[in-house]
Design a protein around this ligand. Structure first.
Ligand SMILES: Nc1ncnc2c1ncn2[C@@H]1O[C@H](COP(=O)(O)OP(=O)(O)OP(=O)(O)O)[C@@H](O)[C@H]1O
Length: 303
């Protein structure tokens, strides 16, 4: 049994169906991604997991507890960092952590946590004076101050510059290394690919796919791509290969798509036929490609 089990989750806002039928299991110690585009139902799903919202259908257990019925106990086991963490402007970093720690019987050592998230030098800085990245670090520390077994992190790097985003990723990896199971909500595929052991792609309130990032990428037709300057006779040679799923010629460029081992198969077959491919390049499909092929649209809009 997983540390989190969700079966047939359904949630409506009035008549609008936000989550239609979501099921997945999170294993202890993993970073599990909940990915999807804006409005897909990710936040609603994790709010039901954390007991902040009551589901209209389905079942959820978290560390064996029912998030609504066992809310008080769940609060000790699950740390939640929600979108747009906001604190009173004048509250200082150290004060915020001390205050949150006082809500728990057995909190983590907040001073240690403050150092771990790199906010030691900001202990006496007011919330209003923190940068976006520092606020996110504080929100992670606040989610962890109750020493939870599970941490839910929602869109935590949205709005951060690339450097702060990378630092936050490292921090999340540290958190996992302490044995905390993490649900990471994101619409950044690069982030999901880098951090998540497994992920659920949510689209229009339903699960479109679940797997490791590599599994999902491998499901894309033509998970591997090889391009080179077209040589006559190559098409027939390549189409006969079991690793090849497609050969497209666009002007001077030939693009071959297929599965694992494609590059070796293509180069060997061409060499055996006495053909020399110039400007040969190989590319892997990304999680962005997988998302697009699973949902029919990109995870983020162009902006
Ligand atoms: N409190 C609410 N009242 C009414 N509708 C809501 C409410 N919260 C969310 N919704 C709607 O439910 C759907 C799912 O929203 P949700 O916030 O769960 O999606 P999301 O995947 O987290 O998106 P985002 O990344 O934009 O937060 C959306 O259509 C949204 O407009």
């Amino acid at each position: 049994m997983g540390i989190i089990e969700i079966t047939g989750l359904r949630k409506l806002y009035g008549r609008q169906v936000a989550v239609d039928d979501v099921s997945f299991t999170v294993e202890e110690g993993e970073i599990f991604g909940v990915v999807g585009s804006n409005g897909a139902g990710k936040t609603t799903t994790v709010e039901c997991v954390s007991g902040l919202r009551a589901a209209d259908g389905g079942t959820i257990t978290v560390t064996g507890l029912d998030p609504r019925r066992d809310r008080a106990e769940l609060r000790r086991r699950v740390g939640v960092q929600l979108q747009d963490c906001s604190l009173p402007d004048k509250l200082k970093v150290g004060e915020a952590l001390d205050l949150y720690a006082s809500f728990y019987d057995r909190p983590a050592d907040w001073r240690e946590l403050m150092e771990d998230v790199g906010l030691g030098p900001k202990r006496n800085t007011a919330f209003a004076k923190l940068s976006g990245g520092q606020r996110q670090r504080l929100s992670i520390a606040l989610a962890l101050v109750g020493a939870p077994r599970v941490a839910i992190l929602d869109e935590l790097t949205t709005g951060l510059d690339p450097r702060s985003r990378r630092e936050t990723w490292e921090l999340i990896e540290h958190v996992r290394a302490r044995g905390v199971t993490i649900i990471l909500v994101t619409h950044f595929m690069e982030e999901a690919e880098r951090l998540c052991d497994r992920l659920a792609v949510i689209d229009e309130g339903r699960v479109a796919a679940i797997g490791t990032p590599a599994d999902l990428v491998a499901r894309v037709d033509g998970g591997q791509r090889v391009t080179f300057r077209a040589v006559s006779g190559a098409d027939d040679v390549l189409r006969a290969l079991p690793e090849v799923s497609g050969v497209v010629r666009d002007g001077d460029t030939m693009t071959v798509t297929g599965k694992e081992g494609l590059l070796l198969a293509v180069t060997s077959a061409l060499a055996a036929a006495g053909l020399v491919p110039m400007d040969l390049r190989t590319e892997r499909a990304t999680l962005d490609d997988a998302f697009l092929s699973l949902t029919g649209h990109a995870a983020t809009d162009a902006s």
